[in-house]
Design a binder for this molecule. Sequence first.
Ligand code: ATP
Ligand code: MG
Length: 289
Amino acid sequence: MKADAFRFDGRTPCDLSKLPTDAGGEKGKKDEYAAKTAANLRRMEALQEALYADGREGLVILLQALDAAGKDGTIKHVMGGLNPQGVTVYNFKQPTRAELQHDYLWRVGQCLPPRGGIAIFNRSYYEDVLVVRMHGLQKTYRMADRVLEDDETFFRKRYRQIRHFEEYLYENSFRVVKIFLHVSKAEQKERFLERIDTPEKNWKFSAADIAERARFDEYNDLYSQVITETASKHAPWYALPADQKWYTRYLVSEVVADALEQCAPAYPRVDAAARAEMQKARRQLLAED
Ligand code: ATP
Ligand code: MG
């Protein structure tokens, strides 16, 4: 299966309840997919190097998911294949007091990559239309009354702001690729139990995760809406099945490699004068004793 099967670019609405969380017919092919992932990691490495040398486009890859869907493992195993020189990972946690005194994109601006670079967002400004909406956090922010008219309008406006922000980035030579790791409720339960039962994984468990799990379906409905409202041709969403880690990693590697390919990086070509200069340097080097 190609990752494109899970791509949303604004033409069709997204309904997560109708999309797979598992590998389906591919289930028995773990080894085959592991080999494909390895090949994609090599493709990513080569393309990233060209992107860096080229320096004309920057790439933001953001990951969103419910708890225990595998964001951290994906970053470690898939993005770990990239050259750290050109990549930065940012974890978007609960905003600090200072961050809350600003607009929600303020902290994002500081995390954008330079052209030629890649930024990986572990969670992102999408939390501001997800967790914030689920918990009505906007009502606790100090903002003018006119802003907080009603929830529906408030978040409709945020969808528009996000679409415009991503379009703005695209028009300034940055691409945004958005990945949702779609895990099932049953698999999330297994992973939570593993976090509780394995001492080395205890630190990953938080009691708050159980409270969020109670709203699992509500979250998926909200994600469907957010994906539908913010998917676009230049900033697509991918809703990838996340119940089998080996399958997810393959799909993510495919998405990232394809995104890098779309940047069409080319090594900068040097002009005739620079080439002549290099030949002179070459002769000097060879003449050394
Ligand atoms: P894991 O999935 O492994 O539990 P995590 O991404 O949940 O990892 P945590 O440190 O557990 O990492 O959680 C970060 C928390 O910060 C999340 O619950 C997320 O919803 C919250 N958060 C991020 N951005 C915002 C925001 N703008 N407003 C409120 N909460 C936010
Ligand atoms: Mg968490």
